[in-house]
Design a protein around this ligand. Structure first.
Ligand code: MF3
Ligand code: CO
Length: 252
């Protein structure tokens, strides 16, 4: 079931989105050679808690024997998503993807960013195209369009630039929970799936590989990596569909 959100509810999700944004800004500021991914995670966690919100990934899913143990998913280089913050020390040239979900008073927002530690031209191009995939999808985030119109735009933009689209994970509805209907795939033919309606809140999140789209899961039960060991980038925002176009809830 797809839940539509009213203006008051959207305002609450925006509050959560603002806190997610602030957490990303704090992490971005701290990223430099020598810092560990666990230290970055602590910065985001403190920011979220100090704003009266909850880091939604920590302990997720409830009741699991192997819940996610941290606030942020931090995925380095060939890690695509769901990397676990650790004592790993970041070094010049690393590509770092940070995914943060927070809920405030029961309203959830979700966003991811990829950064480069210092310089890495290959990573820079990959991140640009991954962000571009999101913006291509956003052009189609209009009342009356269908979910897979956005999916198709993402795939086309990535593949035309020579990159691989991760297909096993996808965007999703968000707002009253971390994951809601509908799924928002990053690939597919246009003209399929539910029609976009005013009040739909969606996390759109292309995960794009430098090389092959194939993935593997590590033994930690969380970390997803590229099969070929090449780089991967991730970019995600929570948006709301309105009559006058999409509004991004995690960009400020
Ligand atoms: N941002 C991720 C998503 O889009 C959050 C999942 S991480 C988990 O689904 F640890 F919470 F599972
Ligand atoms: Co998400």
């Amino acid at each position: 079931m797809i839940s539509l959100k009213n203006d008051k509810e959207i305002q609450k999700i925006r509050e959560a989105g603002h806190i997610v944004f602030l957490a990303h800004e704090a992490v971005k500021e701290a990223i430099k050679p020598g810092i560990t991914t666990k230290e970055l995670d602590e910065i985001a966690e403190n920011l979220i808690i100090s704003h009266g919100a909850v880091p939604s990934c920590k302990g997720y899913p409830e009741g699991s024997s192997n819940p996610f143990p941290a606030t942020c998913c931090i995925s380095v280089n060939d890690e695509i998503i769901h990397g676990i913050p650790s004592d790993r020390i970041l070094k010049d040239g690393d590509l770092v993807s940070v995914d943060i979900v927070a809920d405030k008073d029961g309203y959830f927002a979700d966003a991811a960013r990829s950064y480069i530690v210092g310089k890495n031209e290959k990573a820079k191009k990959l991140i640009q195209i991954t962000e571009g995939c999101f913006w291509e999808a956003l052009k189609l985030a209009k009342v009356g369009k269908r979910i897979s119109d956005m999916s198709h735009a993402i795939q086309e933009y990535a593949e035309k630039n020579g990159y691989g689209v991760v297909k096993e994970f996808q965007g999703h509805g968000v707002g009253f929970a971390m994951h809601e209907d509908p799924g928002v795939p990053n690939f597919g033919k246009p003209g399929r799936g539910p029609r976009l309606e005013q009040g739909m809140v969606l996390a759109i999140e292309p995960m794009i590989n430098e090389g092959s789209p194939e993935i593997e899961e590590l033994d930690d039960g969380w970390t997803i990596v590229t099969e070929d060991g090449k780089l991967s980038a991730h970019y995600e925002n929570t948006i709301v569909i309105t009559k006058s176009g999409p509004i991004i809830l995690t960009l400020n």
